[in-house]
Design a protein around this ligand. Sequence first.
Ligand code: LLP
Length: 443
Amino acid sequence: MVWTSERRRGGVGQSVLTDTRFAEAGLAREGATLHLGGVALSTIATRVGTPVYVYNAEAIRERYHALDQALAAVPHRICYAVKANSTLAVLRILRDLGAGADIVSAGEMSRAVAAGFAPDRVVFSGVGKAASELRQAVRARLGHLNVESVEELHCLGKIANAEQMDVSVGIRVNPDVTTDTHPYISTGKTGIKFGVPADQVPAAAAFIARHPRLQLTTLAMHLGSQLSDTEPFRQGIAHLLALAARLQAGDGHPIRVIDIGGGLAIRYADEPSMDPARFAAAVVPLLEPSGYTVYLEPGRFLVGSAGVLVTEVLYRKHSGGKEFVVVDAGMNDLVRPSHYQAYHEIVELETRTAETVRADIVGPVCETGDFLALDRVVPDVRAGERLAVLGAGAYGFAMASNYNTRPRPAEVVVDGDVWWVARARERVEDLYRGELMSPTGSA
Ligand code: LLP
């Protein structure tokens, strides 16, 4: 079953289900029934209800191994970007593979520790870490903290002194590299909020050199997300290596790690993804002679393809000359189509008809921008039938909200033919716990 498409952008276009796309997720059709790993998705949907996120543990492991093996020629550590999917069961799969973790908040630190990551394998990134978060990270003795401004560095210096703790510091450099991705997720260019501009790095490094408690162990970058071209990585790495050489020659910093960030692209439709072998062929020749340990912070690459969002068709309707398929998952459950005009493949759980329809697939949320797909050719589904939205393992549940007082979906992990509810569906009561209706009243 293959559909083709001319239009991809804006969540728009015809379905383009390809064998590769299915294989990366571990999806397969047995007869009419769509399986993820060894489990029929309709079984999960019936038992747990919809909407429900389902992740394939084995697909995550395959992605990790592919990247790990491709980089075998250089000492490296894959620090999973927790923000992509911070559910404990997913974190545990990655921890068990030997991954480190890249976090951006005290909340993610708690999750990483709860999932069993050793604190010294956790890297703390983020442009706005509060002093309380920095203090917590210092006390927890995290692997290193990537600072993103000179003021943050000063704050960290005060905390290290007050706590009388030595701290490994990374400077996240903004290498001013252009990337071809959605502007909201392009992060390596000057004029955006991320990283220390290259001309401020020497002063930051000099501050660290003078500080009795701080050591500069790492130079870091993160260029953006959903990058399929290797050239920006090569440019950024060359920039970091030149900077590292200059800094070491100057103040003799103990730099051991070059952290090249995340951003490796996956295939949502038929756009190019980042093949690990192609990625390694581009970056290893630069990194290998340097002798540094290489850290990567992939999120989407490891978990994106491995997850689907299963939703049920509530209604069909025809309005203004257009067809609508109204489903029970909305922008609060998966915001990527409305926020980034992202394309997600949508397929039926049970094949019933070869008939197709061109329709907008829309959710129940009270916004015109609440859609999973626009002007998409999909099977001619009826109310009660269920659909899988593919490529939903990264930035899916992690970005879900309670808008319209909608409880967030359940999450299920499939491992071979075993599956379990890794996170129960929220209940409405959970959503207003702790609210006060009056100064003295109770919730
Ligand atoms: N490291 C840092 C410092 C980051 O800011 C990010 C992502 C990553 C690593 C992981 O990037 P990845 O390998 O997953 O591309 N919500 C957006 C993506 C935002 C990415 C933010 N930073 C989306 O749904 O496309």
